[in-house]
Design a protein around this ligand. Structure first.
Ligand code: ADP
Ligand code: 5GP
Length: 220
C-alpha cells in the first residue's frame, strides 16, 4: 500500500550572504532590487555611506547617509563588519543586522565593492556567495551611467575611470554574469541563489531528516 502524501518537511539551513559587485553602472543595484522584490527570503544589508544622497534614494532604505565624523565613529567602535573608500567616499556594512540575520538562518544581500567582498570572504567564507556583474561593452557601461542620470558629469567621469581596475577583480568571485539582457542576467542570479540554498553543507537540518528517514519502518 502506498503511504499517504504528507506536507514537505522543512529542512533548516544556514543563511547565505549573497555579495554582488560590479563597476558602477553595470546594473547590480537593478538586479539586487528585482531579487529583493521577488524573493522574500532575502533581506538587504543597508550600508552606511558618506556620499551625497541621489534624488531617488531614501535615507535608511537605500543607505544610511552619514557624515564623515559619524562614519569614523562607527568604524572605530567596530560597528562595521567591513568598510572601504570607493570613488572618494566611505562605505561600510553595519555589523549587528548581519550577525542577527545569520544567527536566525536568514539570507542577506550585499551590494558592495571588491574591497568589501574580500573582507567578508576573509571573515565569513563559509557563508559568502559572490557574484560579479560585467557590462556587455564599455560603451554600454558609459551610456548606462548617463541614462541613470543621477550623478554629475564629474562623478560619472571618476566612476568610468575606476571601472577598469574594478573589472580586474572579476576572478575573485564565485560567479560572473554579463548583464546584457536584464531578464537573462536576473534569471542567472535566481538560479545561483536556488542552487546555493540547496548545498549540503548549508543544510544542517539534513542530519535530522536522514536519521528519521532511516528510522522509518518499511511499509509491507
Ligand atoms: P549599478 O548599481 O551597477 O551602479 P544600476 O543598477 O544603477 O547600476 O544600473 C545603471 C543603469 O543601467 C540604470 O539606469 C539601469 O536601469 C540600467 N540598466 C541596468 N541593467 C540594464 C540592462 N541589462 N540593459 C539596459 N539597461 C540596464
Ligand atoms: P554607489 O555610490 O553607486 O551607491 O556605490 C558605489 C560603490 O560602493 C558600489 O561599488 C557599491 O557596491 C559600493 N558599496 C556600497 N555599499 C558598500 C559597503 O557597505 N561596503 C563596500 N565595501 N562597498 C560598498
Amino acid at each position: 500500500m502506498k503511504p499517504a502524501k504528507t506536507a514537505p518537511v522543512p529542512i533548516s539551513r544556514r543563511g547565505l550572504m549573497l555579495v554582488i559587485s560590479s563597476p558602477s553602472g553595470a546594473g547590480k543595484s537593478t538586479i539586487a532590487r528585482t531579487l529583493l522584490e521577488t524573493d522574500k527570503q532575502i533581506g538587504l544589508s543597508v550600508s552606511v555611506t558618506t556620499r551625497t544622497r541621489r534624488p531617488s534614494e531614501i535615507d535608511g532604505v537605500h543607505y544610511h547617509f552619514n557624515s564623515v565624523r559619524e562614519f569614523e565613529r562607527l568604524r572605530d567602535s567596530d560597528a562595521l563588519l567591513e568598510w572601504a573608500e570607493v570613488h572618494g567616499n566611505f562605505y561600510g556594512t553595519p555589523r549587528e543586522p548581519v550577525e542577527q540575520a545569520m544567527s536566525e538562518g536568514r539570507d542577506m544581500l550585499f551590494d558592495i565593492d571588491w574591497q568589501g567582498a574580500q573582507q567578508l570572504q576573509e571573515k565569513m567564507s563559509a557563508d559568502v556567495v559572490s557574484i560579479f556583474v560585467l557590462p556587455p561593452t564599455m560603451t554600454e557601461l558609459q551610456s548606462r551611467l548617463h541614462r541613470r542620470a543621477e550623478d554629475s558629469e564629474e562623478v560619472i567621469a571618476t566612476r568610468l575611470a575606476n571601472s577598469r581596475s574594478e573589472i580586474g577583480h572579476w576572478r575573485e568571485y564565485d560567479y560572473v554574469i554579463v548583464n546584457d539582457d536584464l531578464n537573462t542576467a536576473f534569471e542567472a542570479v535566481q538560479s545561483i541563489v536556488r542552487a546555493e540554498r540547496l548545498r549540503r553543507d548549508r543544510r544542517h537540518g539534513m542530519f535530522d531528516f536522514v536519521s528519521k528517514l532511516l528510522e522509518e519502518k518499511p511499509v509491507l
